[in-house]
Design a protein around this ligand. Structure first.
Ligand code: MN
Ligand code: MG
Length: 369
């Protein structure tokens, strides 16, 4: 055997053995699995505290100070977690009214709703239809205080003929797989709201913005997000759930969003309802055990902070790409049916919200209400 043949044989064995070792490393089925938890608040309507301003007393069935405790618990249980608000957060109670109509926010102060979102480190938030109720000027001033992406993809500027807000983001997050190995995941997040805003807030919006049908906007942007490298896509859908025949102007588009390829999870809202839950038991292609519609996990976490929505995704890497192989959803309440509290308040958030809460209470008192 000459030197050349010898080297050839040696390198042949080295190749074979190294590829065998490699194959052995990849074979175990649970090798690269990422568990990703997605948390939702929706339709808070300025319910920051567990307080009823009309009856001037504590109400333990509402309030982000309560949901915040569930958020901390849900984060602690998870390897990786993301937190989103699904819109309708600025208006709906005397605190929201007091801030918008009496005190204003032009004092270099951040609106308490956005201060709460910053404090709880939301990863992104959606604009809901009620965000327009105090006009675009107030909304834009308030949004200056946000420290996270603020999203909507189907409301367009009339002047620019482009999305009025940031339509989507691709969040780069370092996540750990089940062996504790870090990976960078590109999480696409997009948001929608009902086109009915043009009727509901005509005086605030006409001539300034217009709305495109939710499903059309989704079909326009999802391929762009995929082309930009999104490993998964989450829809912050400020819209309800219904399986009436498809209508582009439907207020409740979640069912049809779940049918769009590329969308992996849908955070629903707007109807102040609970999914999974008995209200939706007659919905087609829906599994109430896993909280999936057309095989996609969906969650709707009530309103006023009364529940936290949780979607748990399982991702697996196959041929170099992360793919969702399993997803389920549930909601967790802050109180039982009789109103008995199930969690304490988050004291840090309570102290942060107390000044504006007290101002609102004092203002109501002064009016003699
Ligand atoms: Mn709402
Ligand atoms: Mg709404």
């Amino acid at each position: 055997m000459n030197r050349f043949t010898f080297l050839l044989i040696v390198s042949f064995f080295m190749l074979t053995s190294s590829s065998l070792t490699h194959a052995a490393e990849v074979t175990p089925t649970n090798h690269e699995i990422i568990r990703l938890r997605i948390l939702e608040t929706t339709d808070l309507h300025a319910s920051l505290l567990n307080y009823d301003y009309y009856q001037t007393k504590v109400d333990n069935r509402i309030g982000l100070v309560k949901t915040a405790t569930l958020i901390r618990k849900a984060r602690k249980e998870a390897d990786n977690a993301l937190l989103f608000d699904n819109g309708d957060h600025l208006k709906g109670n005397p605190l929201g009214e007091y801030l918008a109509r009496i005190r204003g926010i032009n004092r270099g102060k951040t609106h308490p709703v956005y201060r709460a979102f910053n404090y709880l480190k939301y990863d992104a938030i959606a604009i809901g239809n009620h965000e327009f109720n105090y006009g675009l000027k107030f909304l834009n001033a308030a949004l200056k205080g946000t420290k996270m992406p603020v999203l909507n993809a189907n409301v367009y500027s009339v002047k620019k003929n482009k999305p009025y807000f940031t339509p989507y983001v691709i969040l780069k997050r370092n996540v750990v797989d089940q062996n504790g190995v870090q990976h960078e995941l590109k999480i696409g997040v997009i948001s929608f709201m009902p086109t009915q805003i043009m009727k509901w807030d005509k005086t605030n919006l006409e001539g300034k913005v217009f709305a495109k049908p939710i499903v059309d906007s989704a079909k326009e942007f999802i391929p762009i997000m995929k082309a930009e490298g999104a490993d998964i896509i989450i829809a912050l859908a400020h819209t309800g759930i219904s399986n009436e025949p498809y209508n582009p102007e439907s207020e409740d588009a979640v069912y049809y969003l779940t049918k769009i390829s590329g969308i992996d999870a849908v955070l629903a809202g707007h109807s102040h309802s609970v999914f999974p839950g008995p209200v939706y038991k007659h919905l087609r292609n829906t599994n109430m055990e896993t909280g999936t519609i057309n095989g996609k996990p969906v969650v709707m976490a009530g309103a006023f902070g009364n529940r936290l929505g949780i979607i748990d995704l399982k991702l697996k890497k196959a041929t170099g790409k992360w793919r969702v192989i399993d997803g389920e959803s549930k909601t967790v309440p802050i109180a039982d049916e009789t109103g008995k509290p199930l969690v304490p308040i988050d004291k840090g958030l309570y102290h942060l919200m107390k000044p504006e809460h007290q101002e609102t209470v004092d203002f109501i008192k002064k009016l003699g209400l």
